[in-house]
Write a protein that binds this ligand. Structure first.
Ligand code: MEV
Length: 429
């Protein structure tokens, strides 16, 4: 990971060009990567045409840089792709507060993916289960042949689990889980190919009929965890004391811990951070979304993915744990020029490092939302940025965007019609 500073004071107030200059200085990435990140270069239609079907063009989104992140003692400038205002600013600001407590501590384990194999028409579930487990080594050996390169890299199939379902809408079924270490790949292809390869052997061993062979997005053997501790004094602002902010955040989290209606929104805030880094690095954010929400339901009741409590010396302690199946090789990560540049910017090589950054950003984003909700409310910060988007939609350009947005915010009327009227007046003057 990069060892340059992620503290770029006043980055927010710089012009777009100056931000790029600062990025060059603070990250040391190449001109080519800067061009890809800035949108000057990046994905071409020719490349896009090779990625999916029926391509007719390219759809762009804003790419912002979250500053201040200190993760496991390393400074990281985090590229975030998102259309929603306040997210990048929120992450950067919370990372600044977390720095005061030593930064984020993050861990990610091995890249263990689960490939599921559904077996139907099994004459005797218990006997099939026992036969499959007895022949585990043979099955793992066969699955390993699906990807010799992965095995050479130290990965590949490592374990097997068998899950009998005695009653389903189509009768009994046996589900085999093949656990594969996919190293620095997200692993969908490795998991699916290995699962497909096992069809004849599993049919022979179980006496049944293999039906589906596909990875599970509930990657609960591939968890990432982040922790932060913020001194309570650092949390104080305006009329709010540090203890008030801390306790307000804990009360807000408690709401999400018991109520699925609130937990869905709480976790959505976490995913604002998680998804925007997934997208910037060309990762499959739908897969991570699916895994996150399934994991949030593991107790039987959908709940918060994070936890907030009083830490040592009255600090605010936050933790976040969720499955993070991400890759730094394969898929779009090594094809999309901006995704490649995003990894370069962070100095990330392994899937583990990437997961550790993403989980930290998710925790920062959760903190940003809870801090705002527990104090002045979310709308204040949101509205000024929303006003800018309304001004742009009304046709404002350059410095006019801010002028019109500020005017509408101070008047308390942020509408397309009002933006049009102000724009019309400015243009006439
Ligand atoms: C908005 O995108 C995200 C929040 O709703 C998250 C939350 O409520 O915790 C602000």
């Amino acid at each position: 990971m990069t060892s340059k500073s992620s503290r770029i004071s006043g980055f927010y107030n710089e012009t777009l060009g100056s931000r790029l200059d600062l990025l060059k200085i603070h990250s040391g990435v190449s001109e080519e990567d800067i061009r890809a990140l800035s949108g000057e270069a990046g994905l071409s239609t020719e490349l896009a045409d090779l990625m999916i079907e029926n391509v007719i063009g390219i759809y762009s989104l804003p790419l912002g840089i979250a500053t201040n992140f200190l993760i496991n003692g390393v400074d990281i400038l985090v590229p975030m792709v998102i259309e929603e205002p306040s997210v990048v600013a929120g992450a950067s600001f919370m990372a600044k507060l977390v720095r005061e407590g030593g930064g984020f501590e993050a861990t990610a384990g091995k890249s263990l993916m689960i490939a599921q194999i559904q077996i139907l028409d099994v004459p005797d579930l218990a006997e099939a289960e026992s036969t499959i487990l007895t022949n585990k080594d043979q099955i793992l050996g066969e699955a390993s042949k699906a990807d010799p390169v992965l095995v050479k890299l130290g990965g590949g199939p490592i374990d097997l689990e068998v899950r009998p379902f005695r009653e389903t809408p189509v009768g009994p079924m046996l589900v085999v889980h093949l656990i594969i270490d996919t190293k620095d790949a997200m692993g969908a292809n490795a998991a699916n190919t290995a699962a497909e390869r096992l069809t004849p052997l599993l049919e022979q061993l179980s006496g049944g009929r293999v039906h589906l062979r596909i990875l599970s997005n509930l990657a609960d053997q591939r968890l990432a965890r982040a922790k932060c501790n913020i001194p309570k004094e650092v949390l104080a602002f305006g009329e709010y004391s540090g203890a008030q902010v801390r306790d307000g955040i804990i009360e807000a989290w408690a709401f999400a811990s018991v109520d699925p209606y609130r937990a869905a929104t709480h976790n959505k805030g976490i995913m604002n951070g998680v998804d925007s880094v997934l997208i910037s690095t060309g990762n499959d954010w739908r897969a991570v979304e699916a895994g996150a929400h399934a994991y949030a339901s593991r107790s039987g009741t959908y709940s918060s993915l994070s936890k907030w409590s009083v830490g040592p010396n009255g600090s605010l302690e936050g933790t976040l744990e969720m499955p993070l199946a991400v890759g730094t090789i394969g898929g779009a990560t090594r094809v999309h020029p901006t995704a490649k540049a995003a990894l370069q910017l962070m100095g990330i090589e392994t899937a583990k490092e990437l997961a550790e950054v993403i989980i930290s950003v998710g925790l920062a984003q959760n903190l940003a939302a809870l801090r705002a909700l527990a104090t002045e409310g979310i709308q204040r910060g949101h509205m000024s940025l929303h006003a800018r988007q309304v001004a742009i939609a009304a046709g404002a350009l350059g410095s006019m965007v801010k002028t019109i947005a500020d005017r509408m915010t101070s008047e308390g009327e942020i509408t397309f019609e009002r933006a049009k009227a102000i724009l019309h007046k400015i243009s006439k003057d």
